[in-house]
Design a binder for this molecule. Sequence first.
Ligand code: HEC
Length: 139
Amino acid sequence: MSRASTATALLLVACASPTAAPADTAAAVGPQTWLRHMEQLDVHCSELHRALLQSPQGDLKQAAATAQQAAATLALGYGRFENQQVPGFARYARDAESWLLQVALEARQHHGDLAADLFRTGRERHCTACHDAYERAGR
Ligand code: HEC
């Protein structure tokens, strides 16, 4: 997904008022809590793990699409679901988004090994960093 379409997705989310939105709009913007988004993110990461880290690799085009979706989820962490109680939350979200966009870019260009390396090394860093910050904040 381009920056522009990420922005569009965010705009759609921002415009969907939880009280006034019809039910189908709520469905279109996805889960209503950060935790639900995290669960979806976890599913996407499992799919990426299978596609990128197992031999032979899976469909790289599909992996790129999955990484894009995961990146879009993380973008909500500096938008709709930014957690102001956790120092650095927005930055962790942004860094994790960039990481997954990079994975998507390499997968889309059929750089399977690069995408796999990026995915493997980044997961520890980006997912864990924010979870640790969240725990440190006692939230
Ligand atoms: C910007 C911060 C941030 C980033 C980055 C982040 N998470 Fe999370 N994650 C959280 C927070 C905060 C919670 C706790 C949410 C709650 O309990 O309401 C959480 C919870 C989760 C949970 C649920 C755990 C449980 O106890 O059920 C999963 C699964 C998860 N994250 C997966 C991931 C994965 C995989 C990544 C990396 C691809 C990731 N997260 C990146 C902030 C983040």
